[in-house]
Design a protein around this ligand. Structure first.
Ligand code: HEM
Ligand code: NAG
Ligand code: NAG
Length: 318
């Protein structure tokens, strides 16, 4: 009896490991690397205690990984003389940060269990841990992703939405990934953390009318009007608590204090207004929908079974 149920369990684990149609599961490393999750959590914790801005960086890296041919660690590959990766694609160049932190986390995981845990999973867990450690909701991350042996700069240019998008373009961009308008609005709440560069907000703070004038003026002090000057100066996406995960981002939108053009599109007299109002007054609802959408985003086109590899160093294929 006991041995047959053990057999069934083993067969099940093998099936999960080898089937290329395998589903992700929260317990994927329960037998192969039980230390994986605590190791990632403690590495993220120490990185964030050094610098709270790291949480935003890791969360965004996960988004930019998942939107480009799935959550497969492709974003983490470095360019070489013979390989063009995603790091210098338009949305990432001079903008995506935290790769060194991912390296540190992955090294800790490699020490605990060499060659077992993918970079894609490491990033998925690190993004969740960042949200938790900065005061946001907790959830179980589905695991079992493998790492890509390729990357696509063209797909990174084309699939990650730019801040110039209007509401319909944002909805379409997320729909292309199988994500709903609700997912899009909830995930945009990630902009409760982190910063944007002057180059991405100049048009909005100097030229747009659906913006609180005193808010625009304050932002202008760190972002000169002239293109080319101060392009990389950063401003917090959410002013009051830029390193705390909360629903103030949505309150800001209602007050016309969205920093990006795309942010304010979510509350500009269109179909997303009512959801923004709900999230601004109900942080439990925001947290619940954010978690559901993060899980959905984490499910985008994972490599499983014998596809891809478990990269040792997230910057290069084995
Ligand atoms: C809805 C479409 C989205 C657009 C158009 C967008 C655009 C941007 C832009 C332009 C920046 C500033 C980059 C810079 O100036 O260097 C940014 C930062 C950021 N985004 Fe998004 N984003 C979107 C969705 C998301 C999602 C879904 C997440 C995660 C759930 C996310 C998380 C972040 C974070 C945390 C930062 C700050 C990064 C840092 O401080 O280093 N964004 N985003
Ligand atoms: C992606 O965009 C960058 C910056 O605009 C550009 O230099 C690069 O050629 C683009 N890559 C591809 C493959 O389209
Ligand atoms: C504001 O709009 C005008 C007219 O379209 C344009 O010429 C100018 O470059 C814009 N200014 C900024 C700071 O984007």
């Amino acid at each position: 009896m006991a041995s047959s149920s053990l057999f069934v369990r083993l067969a099940f684990v093998l099936l999960l490991t080898w089937s290329s149609y395998a589903q992700l599961t929260p317990h994927y490393y329960a037998y192969s690397c039980p230390k994986a999750l605590p190791t990632i959590r403690s590495a993220v914790k120490s990185a964030i205690s050094n610098d709270k801005r790291v949480g935003a960086q890791l969360l965004r890296l996960f988004f930019h990984d998942c939107f480009v041919n799935g959550c497969d660690g492709s974003l983490l590959l470095d360019d070489t003389s013979t390989f063009i990766g995603e790091k210098n694609a338009q949305p990432n160049r001079n903008s995506a940060r935290g790769f060194n932190i991912v390296d540190n986390i992955k090294s800790a995981v490699e020490k605990a269990c060499p060659g077992v845990v993918s970079c894609a999973d490491t990033l998925a867990v690190a993004a969740r841990d960042s949200v938790v450690l900065l005061g946001g909701p907790d959830w179980q991350v589905k695991l079992g992703r493998r790492d890509a042996r390729t990357a696509s700069q063209a797909a990174a240019n084309n699939s990650i939405p730019p801040p110039t998008f209007n509401l319909n373009q944002l909805i379409n961009s997320f729909a292309n990934q199988g994500l709903s308008q609700k997912d899009m609005v909830a995930l945009s709440g990630g902009h409760t953390l982190g910063v944007a560069r002057c180059i991405n907000i100049r048009d909005r703070i100097y030229n747009e009318t659906n913006i609180d004038p005193s808010f625009a003026k304050t932002r202008q002090s760190n972002c000169p009007r002239t293109a080319g000057s101060g392009d990389n100066n950063v401003n917090p996406l959410e002013l009051q608590t830029p390193t705390a995960f909360d629903n103030k981002y949505f309150k800001n939108l209602i007050n016309k204090k969205g920093l990006l053009h795309s942010d304010q599109q979510l509350f500009n007299g269109g179909s997303a207004d009512s959801l923004v109002r709900s999230y601004s007054s109900n942080s439990d609802l925001f947290n619940k929908d954010f978690v559901a959408a993060m899980i959905k985003m984490g499910d985008i086109k994972p490599l499983t079974g014998s596809n891809g590899e478990i990269r040792k160093n997230c910057r290069k294929i084995n």
